[in-house]
Ligand binder design. Sequence first.
Ligand code: SF4
Length: 374
Amino acid sequence: MSFAPLLDNLPLQKSQLIHRFADLVSPKSDAEFEELAQQAHALSLRNFGRTMRLFAPLYLSNECINNCQYCGFSRDNAILRVTLSLEQVVAEGRHLAQEGFRQILLVAGEHPKFVSQNYLADCVRALVPDFSSISIEVGPMETADYIPIVQAGAEGLVVYQETYDRETYAELHTSGPKRDFNWRLDCAERGYEAGFRRLGIGALFGLSRWQEEALSLAAHVEYLLKHCWQAQITVSLPRLRPAAGEFHPAFSMTDRELAQLICAFRISFPEVGIVLSTRERAELRDALAPLGVTMMSAGSHTEPGGYTGQGSDDLHRTLRGKIVAPEFENGEDRLATGQFEISDERSPAEVAAVLRRRGFEPVWKDWDAGLVPS
Ligand code: SF4
C-alpha cells in the first residue's frame, strides 16, 4: 500500500474530512477566522491540556549528495561542512541536556558515506542515557536499515515531503536520490514497519500554492492515521527561510494564513501533534501557540556543532561535491554552515518562561511521562 495513488487522485476524489479541511483553509472573514481560532484553542485544551513539549534539533552533519534548490546544505553550495564524531555528538547532547532538554531531533543531510545507519545507531545509543525521546530527520532509508536505529533507542522519524506537487518537486530537486518522489512519500510507512512510534511529516511552505500543499498534507495525515494507527502522528508547517544558495520562494504565505492552517489541522485532526520551529519569529510563535501547537523547538542551531563549537577543527569546504581546504574569508566564523537562518533566538529558558507566563506548562520530558505526577 502507498499514499501515492491517493495523492494523484486527490483533485478528483476527496474524503469528507478533506472536503471539510478544504473549506477550513479557504478565505475567511475576520469573524469567521476568530471563530476558527476559538474552536482550535478549545480542542487543543481538551486534547492536550496546557502542555507544550520542548525539543531541540541536534545537527550531526551537513554533508549532502542532493541538490535541493531551497536548502543551504545542497551538494553544489560551497559551504563549510563537517560530520561530528561520536564524542562531539555526545558533547553537543550534554549541552542540550544541561539546558533542560530531554527530547531531541537528530538532523543530518543525506550522505550514506558520512551518515550511515551504523553511525546513526551509535549516536542514538550514546545519547539514550540523557534523553527520554530521540527522533531522527535524515535521508530516507529501507525498513531494514531503520531497525538497528530503532533498536538503539530512537522512537521518532521525521521526513517532510517538502512539496506534494510532483512537477514542482522535479524542478526543485535537480540531482541526487531525493529526486525519487515516491521513495520519499512512502518513507513514514517504512519507518513504522521498522518500529518507529512517532512519525512526523510536513511540507515546506513557499514552494507551491499553500492551500493545495495543505490539502495534500492533510490527506497524507489522514492516510497515516489509518495505516500507521499505533504511531503518534505529528505535522510540521515550516515556511521557507533564507539559506546559503539564496533561493527565493515563488509563493508566499502570510502570518494569518499560517495561523489559519494551524487551526484547520487542529480542528480536522484533534489528536495530531503540531510542531512549530524557531524559523518563525518570537512574537508570532507566542501568538500561534494557543491555536493548537503541541511541540516547539527552542534555542536552536542549524549547523553541526552549533551549540558548543564541536567539529570546528575538522571543517572542510566543498566545491561541487569535491572537498577543498577550508580557507576562511575575513571575519567568517569557524563554524559549519547552517541549514537556514532561525528567527526566534531566545534561549530555551526564555521560551519556557514566556510559555509559563501565558499559562502553558513546558514539558521537557516525554509528553506522556510529563502527564504522570512524580
Ligand atoms: S533538503 Fe535535505 S536532502 Fe536537500 S540538500 Fe538539504 S539536507 Fe540535503
